[in-house]
Each structure stands twice: as C-alpha cells, then as structure tokens.
Design a protein. Structure first.
Length: 284
C-alpha cells in the first residue's frame, strides 16, 4: 500500500493517530521536503516516530517516483506531506502514477493553510480561488495570479495568497551548465509579496489585507491593514516564515471585520471597512 499522510502545520505531534500508526508500521517513510516546511527538523520526526525518515526532494518526487513506489504493492510505503496531501498538485500526480502501476493507495488528511486560514476571522465559504505568487526577477515577472485575484475581487470574495518557497533551487547559470549546486532556501516575505501586488494593483491601495505568519503554531502572528499600510512595514515586522496573505473581498461581513480588528495596525482598518467596503460598523 502507498500512503500519503498529512503532517499538519507545526511539529511532529500534529500527525493524526491513524497516520502515526501507519508510519510506525511502514517499510519505508519519505518526507516531501519542497512544497512546504514543518517548524521542526527531520531528526525530531524520526525521534517521535521511531523510524528513519528519507527526505524526498523535487527531483525524487516528480522525476524519480519509481524509487518511492518500488515494492509498494507488496509492502507499506508512506510519503509524509506538510499540511494536507492534496494541498499541492504534485501529490495528485504521484497517486496517479501509483494507480497506473496497480498499487493500492490511501490518504490520511490533516490541517493545511487552506482551512487554517480561518484563524484570521474570515469565513472559509467566502473565499474564492487561492493564488500563489512567485518571486519576480529582473527578467521574469509572471502575473497570471493577478487575473485570479481580479476575478475574486469582481465576485466580492476573499483571496488566499500563498507566497513562494525556494528549496533546493539552482541558479540559472548552474542549471544551464548542468551543475548540481543549490541555492540556500528562500521564503517570500509579506513585504516582497505586498510590493509585487501593489505594483500590479496600485489603484486598490485601500484594499484590506491580512498578513499571517506561522499559522497553526504557538508563534502565529497576524497583521491587518490596508494594502498600502502593510506594504510600508519592514520585513521583520512579520517575523520568520512561513507566510501567507488574505485580500479581503467586498462581501465581507461585519463580524469578520470585528474579529480581524484585533490585529489591525491602526484605526484605518475599521474606517476603510466602513467607508470603502460599506460595512455597517456598530461601534469603533
């Protein structure tokens, strides 16, 4: 059996009881290590699980999945995924490969940013399409995410914005020369993401935005303000990764505004909600 097991958002103890039982009995245990990260290292997982954990990078998962799936038809193999297994299309792909090989599969779900984002006070059923924003370079500034944000804005829906993660990436020169030299990990900060969004949506500086850091951990942090306000904050104002943003839609409910006002950096949160979003604020 090939198992995809979600690990949740924080540490080694966020795994479900069923997931832990499978891990303890599996022949091999892999940890997918590039679509997201846990707040603890592999050694803590191994100590808690009582099992060796093999790191599976992008190359292994996407181009050498046969190694992971080998003998999975006759023994139990587990691939651990930060958050929920279906938070990235990569994991759908490896399931399809397993099925093509007639390997039985099973999925153990867990919390992910897709549902834990509700911690900011906005209702999950009022979110539209989630988008991912990649790092821009001097020569490459993709903006396909912009159209999805604009679609959500047109429908009055909130937008979850996932920020780029660069793990085990090669420079353009090393890639061109075929050199297996990897750059240090990089995690997009809200400051960088807000700057890119503001450059594309400069006419919407009064849009309400929330910046969330380390959701689901004891050091979770949330900042709320307008797009223009949050874009002026220094990078250290948001703390260490991982980060995400929420762009507030026009159909926002007064209760959502009230709940999120706890993290507002100043009174403009309520003023903009009232004057721009036409939210009926009972008291300020």
């Amino acid at each position: 059996m090939f198992y995809l097991i979600g690990l949740g958002l924080f540490d080694e103890k966020d795994i479900t009881v069923r997931g832990l039982e499978i891990v303890k009995n599996a022949t091999r245990v892999y940890l997918e290590s590039y679509t997201s990260i846990l707040m603890v290292d592999k050694e803590r997982l191994e100590a808690f699980y009582g099992r060796k954990v093999i790191l599976a990078d992008r190359d292994m998962v996407e181009t050498a999945s046969d190694e992971i799936l080998s003998h999975a038809s006759t023994s139990d193999v587990a691939l651990l995924v930060v958050g929920d297994p279906f938070g990235a299309t990569t994991h759908h792909d490896i399931l399809l490969r397993a099925r093509a090989l007639n390997i039985p599969t099973d999925v153990v779900h867990n919390a992910s940013i897709m549902n834990a984002i509700g911690a900011c006070g906005l209702q999950l059923y009022s979110f539209g399409q989630a988008v991912s924003i990649p790092f821009w370079t001097d020569t490459w500034k993709p903006d396909s995410w912009l159209g999805r944000i604009q679609e959500n804005v047109g429908l009055g829906l909130h937008t979850l914005v996932l920020l780029d993660i660069k793990v085990k990436e090669q420079s353009e020169e090393d890639l061109a020369r075929g050199r297996k030299i990897f750059q240090p990990p990089r995690y997009m900060t809200p400051a960088v993401a807000l700057s890119q969004i503001l450059s594309a949506l400069a006419h919407r500086i009064h849009t309400l935005v929330l910046a969330l850091s380390r959701v689901g951990t004891p050091t979770q942090s949330i900042r709320a303000g307008t797009l223009a306000q949050l874009a002026t904050l220094p990078e250290d104002a948001f703390g260490p990764p991982l980060h995400s943003l929420v762009i507030v839609g026009s159909r926002v409910h007064p209760m959502e505004i009230e709940f999120a006002s706890k993290w507002a950096i100043d009174g403009d949160w309520l003023h903009v909600a009232r004057d721009v979003y036409a939210v009926e604020i009972e008291s300020e």
